[in-house]
Design a protein around this ligand. Structure first.
Ligand SMILES: Cc1cc2nc3c(=O)[nH]c(=O)nc-3n(C[C@H](O)[C@H](O)[C@H](O)COP(=O)(O)O)c2cc1C
Length: 230
């Protein structure tokens, strides 16, 4: 089991975060999760999900309730040795136990992920607001999300940012360039359409699949280009 850090900030696209958490848990990862207050607003607006960061239970996100929540968009995730592959198609010994989510309040600088001595195999900020992008690019560490990202950069570990904004200002583009030069991967929430998507779920999975590829998490969310002769 590996420690992965997932931060959710207040950019549009909370459905990406929800799907990513599902996939990482199905893939047996230990996820250290932190969420900004602005993300709470976006979850409410986009998915009808409400939760309290001071009294947060990860099941609030893993088992959403209500007709306006993400289950409208997302197809059920099959579990198995590789997230997205049906368990019935693999032998029981290949099954991996599900992972877990460990929550850290965004103000909790005493969390392990605030220190480089706490070993992780990477971090993703998904979705990543322009505000958080700017804070990480300028090393501000004003909350646990910025600090954990700064730790990943200084330790030269994988840091993936999934920005969502359009159009992009010169300031945002400059911040992305700074981060890319510092070693981060900028992975915009910009799904492709060449894989013949049939639903919002397919578009969401396109981005989540690219994030998992970056983090080295096995999945079978989408077909890979070149797998099928056209
Ligand atoms: C419904 C909603 C959607 C938003 N969408 C975006 C967005 O796509 N990109 C962005 O950079 N900010 C967006 N914002 C603004 C951010 O939430 C705001 O700048 C906030 O201060 C970011 O804080 P954080 O980085 O700590 O999460 C949105 C806000 C709301 C309420």
């Amino acid at each position: 089991m590996r420690n992965l850090v997932v931060a959710i900030t207040g950019a549009s696209g909370s459905v990406y975060a929800l799907r990513l958490l599902d996939v990482l848990v199905a893939a047996g990862q230990t996820v250290h999760l932190t969420i900004s207050p602005a993300a709470v607003e976006v979850f409410k607006r986009e998915l009808g999900l409400t939760f309290d960061l001071n009294n947060f239970n990860p099941s609030d996100l893993l088992a959403p309730q209500g007709p306006s929540s993400c289950d409208v968009f997302l197809q059920p995730l099959k579990t198995g040795p590789v997230a997205g592959i049906a368990s019935s198609s693999v032998s029981p010994e290949d099954e991996i136990p599900p992972g877990k989510i460990i929550y850290h309040h965004y103000r909790d600088y005493s969390a392990g992920i605030a220190s480089g001595s706490f070993l992780t195999s990477g971090m993703v900020i998904c979705p990543c607001s322009m505000g958080t992008l700017s804070s990480v690019a300028t090393g501000q560490s004003q909350n646990l999300i910025h600090r954990a990202a700064d730790v990943h950069l200084k330790e030269r570990r994988k840091l993936v940012l999934v920005p969502r904004e359009t159009p992009l200002s010169a300031i945002a583009l400059g911040n992305m360039k700074v981060l890319a030069e510092a070693g981060a991967t900028i992975l915009p929430a910009m799904p492709g359409f060449y894989h013949d998507p049939k639903s919002i779920s397919d578009l969401v999975d396109f981005i989540v699949a690219r994030i998992c590829d970056q983090l080295g998490v096995k999945h079978a969310l989408t077909k890979r280009w070149g797998d099928d002769p056209r």
